[in-house]
Design a protein around this ligand. Structure first.
Ligand code: BG6
Length: 501
């Protein structure tokens, strides 16, 4: 049985979308599955005045809305561990009273002065919060003191470096946990296992066998109530700089020396250092787009410019398609096509590896097309992995049919799968940084993004729009079609059936 360290979690930004959708359900699920000892408390901090009882109701509602398999008794025993504290993030008095609250809760819940601060706020507030924590002695305890930082970490390389210096004035690198919740997703973790625990996949994982790679993160939702944040971030800072580049790095990295965080990070950094948007004369390598009014899932939705807190003339992109290349021995010549956007027809995060198709003299007289092989990672939904290959149709006449072998994650492990944030919060408690990003990785990811942004600034004067509920602007199709390829269409899977496609 694993011992779970006692701790007080202090969450800044406790009335926001992230807290309600992801963090509150994660704390509860950790509690329900025994990943939190009874010695814990969660303090939610925000600017609005709110009583503890009101905060507990908010959390209860968030858990009921966003979690499955809730035990009502467990939910009732979880709520008394929650507390609300109102303060502005630059207000001394609020931090002084926070210190008193923490001392009180430490005695009450026997948390051995272990503290985890979670900054689920807008990035420009990180500095103010961390310096107040220092000023009021909240960065020093007799237990451990860690800080979790939400992305985006800065808005460009320069601001990220400044932010890092400011945080380093208060916390050491060992204390800082930079979260990228895609790393906590089971199928993302499975990437490394599938690659490195299976010789049959390890062998062809390079430019000799792989024709191209596609990475897609499509969302049906719009920006929800995050207009203020999104107007500053846009899709490149919100999704590409972090989640997408992490997926590229994990797909392309060489085998690490060990599964230790530092060895994995070393290999990911090597990929990021060699990653760049491809240089194709006269052809687009970056396509941006912004959704306009349309229909998603049969429901009418407004366009980006009509969303709350968005400038009606905004040029901020909500969609990006990119063609990237990795300039190393393993991947030279293999394009990595990226597609991510909001208000797409489906929620779907996938990675496809398309294998090269050599001419097959044996079948040259066959009139039908022989499909090339590909491997598909379904990060979400319908989590799983499928291998697509060709089989013979029964009978005397030679007929070949494409087929897929499917691993369905949910069929095998459904009940035991923690959500990304449960896993990551728990890893932080256990001081395990394997699934967190280091400053060096963050720095190199910004370095990849800078020239891409530069291309956009110089080529995109007015962001093209796309109808909500479609796969982005037509220019995104042209980006890949010019290479003689097409985007994969994500299929729906039911219960991991193997079969024809
Ligand atoms: C967040 C982005 O990091 O990831 C959001 O800020 C996005 O814009 C979200 O919606 C997607 O996460 P998930 O887990 O729902 O795929």
């Amino acid at each position: 049985m694993v011992d779970h360290p006692p701790a007080i979690f202090v969450v800044f930004g406790a009335t926001g979308d992230l807290f309600n959708r992801k963090l509150a359900p994660a704390f509860f699920k950790m509690y329900q599955s025994g990943w939190l000892s009874d010695a814990f408390a969660v303090v939610g901090i925000a600017r609005k005045p709110k009583a503890n009882e009101e905060f507990r109701e908010q959390v209860k509602h968030a858990v009921q809305t966003h979690s499955r398999g809730i035990s009502a008794t467990k939910l009732e025993s979880f709520l008394p561990h929650l507390f609300y504290h109102q303060t502005h993030f630059d207000e001394d008095e609020g931090f002084e009273t926070l210190r008193e609250l923490i001392l009180f809760l430490d005695k009450e819940f026997h948390t051995q002065q272990n503290l985890v601060f979670y900054l689920a706020t807008l990035p420009h507030q990180f500095h103010s919060i961390s310096s107040k924590l220092k000023k009021h002695g909240l960065d020093k305890t007799n237990g451990f003191c860690r800080v979790i930082i939400e992305k985006p970490f800065g808005k460009d390389l320069q601001s990220a470096a400044l932010l890092n210096r400011q945080l380093s004035d208060v916390f050491s690198e060992e204390q800082i946990f930079r979260i990228d919740h895609y790393l906590g997703k089971e199928l993302v973790q499975n990437l490394l296992i599938t690659r490195f625990a299976n010789d049959i996949f390890q062998h062809p994982w390079n430019n000799k066998f792989v024709d191209s790679v596609q990475i897609m993160v499509a969302e049906q939702t719009g920006i929800q109530n995050r207009g203020t944040y999104y107007e500053k971030a846009g899709v490149l800072n919100d999704m590409v700089q972090n989640h997408i580049l992490q997926l590229v790095a994990l797909t392309a990295m060489d085998a690490p020396k060990s599964l230790d965080a530092k060895d994995i990070v070393t290999e990911k950094i090597k990929v990021l250092k060699q990653l760049h948007s491809s240089n194709r004369k006269g052809n687009n390598v970056v396509v941006l787009g912004q959704y306009r009014q349309g229909t998603v899932d049969d429901k009418p939705v407004v366009g980006y410019r009509e969303e709350k807190d968005v400038d009606p003339y905004s040029n901020v992109p909500t969609f990006a398609a990119l063609r990237l290349e990795i300039n190393n021995k393993t991947w030279k010549g293999v394009p990595f096509y990226i597609r991510t956007g909001k208000r797409m027809p489906k929620n779907s995060a996938r990675i496809w590896l398309d294998f090269k198709s050599k001419t097959k003299p044996l079948f040259q007289n066959l009139s039908q097309k022989i499909h090339s092989n590909h491997l598909e990672f379904r990060i979400q939904p319908d989590e799983g992995i499928a291998l697509f290959f060709n089989v013979k149709v029964p009978g005397r006449k030679l007929e070949i049919k494409p087929y897929h072998l499917d691993f369905c994650h949910e069929c095998e492990f459904a009940l035991n799968t923690p959500e990304a944030y449960e896993r990551l919060l728990s890893d932080c408690l256990h001081n395990d940084k394997t699934l967190f990003t280091s400053w060096e990785e963050t720095r190199y990811a910004w370095k990849v993004l800078e020239p891409i942004k530069h291309i956009c600034e110089h080529t995109v004067t007015e962001c093209p729009t796309y109808l909500a509920g479609t796969w982005g602007p037509k220019e995104a199709d042209e980006l890949i079609e010019k290479d003689g390829r097409t985007w994969h269409a994500p299929k729906d899977y039911t219960g991991g059936k193997n079969g024809a496609y």
